[in-house]
Design a protein. Structure first.
Length: 366
């Protein structure tokens, strides 16, 4: 059976759910039919006209980009901008365009993990975890079926807390109910008050898994009317958020670290603040525009923040206790293509996957 664009999208979204993108973002399938078979994939940071021409030349009918070519609605298609021309050309040539942007930035093994691995960081964790992404489900199950129902929800994605899985809290109690006319209760008789020994099961889960978990609950539960409660949580979700922070294997002189960073990241220039009068070891990273994480990095004792797109006056905010290392937006994200490629090749083998040969960085250096 042919692999479809929807199959590839589902693969990427199981790794970086669309729910994890920022509110301003527009990740997902931007152009194309999810049911179209995939002939070949071209991976890039930006869907430029040159990239589209490359896809046509190599027979790739799916472009996967990090940056969405469309952030807001297009009101006309006249070819007046490169955005309109790329979208028109993709439609004309039956090429789909998919983007995974801040959702890929925000997962623990995403864009920032590639940077961290490139510069050799150890013991990494999310720098600024997100809130509001977790929920709790509480349900009530007859004792005899409690293990079966609990395990079904575990298999659907509930009960993961950090490095632990199969996490739940259980309390034994008594449920009461009376079935009305036309009911077919699993225990008791219609029209009669019934008391049933039940287990109260509580589990935590990421909100994007809710439909699968509820489907598992309804399928496994013996009652025709399943009692359950869902609570939104304000807990930090330590597996999702902005940036990463970790440590170098050994402390380094600040200047030597910056020179090594420049080499490892293939940066033509590193804009940085004043060097510190101490060695550096604790490093925070954020692909793309990461100036909003400076205070988080300082609070957590980072010696260096590696990111991009700092403005002139923002460099003053380092206040002499952290090095800001701005390596450039493109440079900080250029290895994202390898992440896409590895994810796809791990799951699909029936079509070619190419990394673009086009340098899409719009910034040049003398």
């Amino acid at each position: 059976m042919a692999v479809t664009i929807g199959d590839v999208a589902q693969c990427l979204e199981s790794f970086a759910p669309l729910r994890y993108q920022e509110s301003y973002d527009n990740a997902g399938l931007l152009v194309g039919d999810r049911n179209q078979p995939v002939n070949g994939v071209l991976i890039c940071l930006d869907s430029t006209e040159a990239v589209l021409e490359e896809a046509i030349r190599h027979g790739c009918n799916l472009i996967i980009a990090h940056h969405p070519i469309v952030f807001s609605g297009l009101k006309r298609f006249t070819g007046a901008s490169y955005i309109e021309r790329v979208v028109m050309g993709a439609i004309r040539n039956n090429i789909a365009i998919y983007a995974a942007h801040t959702n890929l930035d925000n997962v623990q093994e995403g864009v920032n993990a590639r940077i961290a691995a490139r510069i050799g960081l150890l013991d990494t964790r999310i720098l600024s975890p997100k809130k509001g992404l977790l929920r709790k489900l509480v349900t009530f199950v007859p004792h005899a079926q409690a293990d079966h129902v609990r395990e079904a929800m575990f298999q659907a994605g509930a009960g993961h807390i950090g490095d632990y899985d199969a996490c739940s809290f259980n309390v034994e109690g008594t449920g009461t109910f009376r079935g009305g006319a036309g009911t077919n209760p699993a225990v008791g008789k219609p029209g009669e008050n019934h008391r049933e020994p039940e287990t109260r099961i509580e589990l935590i889960y990421p909100a994007y898994r809710e439909s699968a978990i509820l489907k598992a609950l309804f399928s496994a539960h013996p009652y025709e009317e399943v009692a359950y409660d869902i609570y939104s949580l304000e807990n930090q979700y330590n597996e999702v958020g902005s940036g990463l922070i970790g440590r170098l294997p050994e402390p380094m002189d600040g200047r030597n670290f910056l020179l090594d960073l420049k080499k490892r990241m293939g940066a033509e220039v590193v804009r940085h603040t004043q060097l510190l009068d101490r060695k550096v070891q604790k490093i925070a990273v954020c692909g793309g525009s990461g100036s909003f994480l400076l205070n988080d990095a300082r609070r957590q004792g980072a010696d260096v923040l590696v990111t991009a797109d700092f403005k002139y006056h923002q460099f003053f905010d380092a206040e002499g206790d952290i090095i800001i290392a701005d390596i450039g937006h493109y440079e900080s994200e250029q290895f994202t293509g390898e992440l896409f490629r590895d994810l796809i090749l791990k799951n699909f083998t029936t079509f070619a996957v190419r990394l673009t040969e086009v340098r899409t960085n719009p910034v040049y250096y003398l």
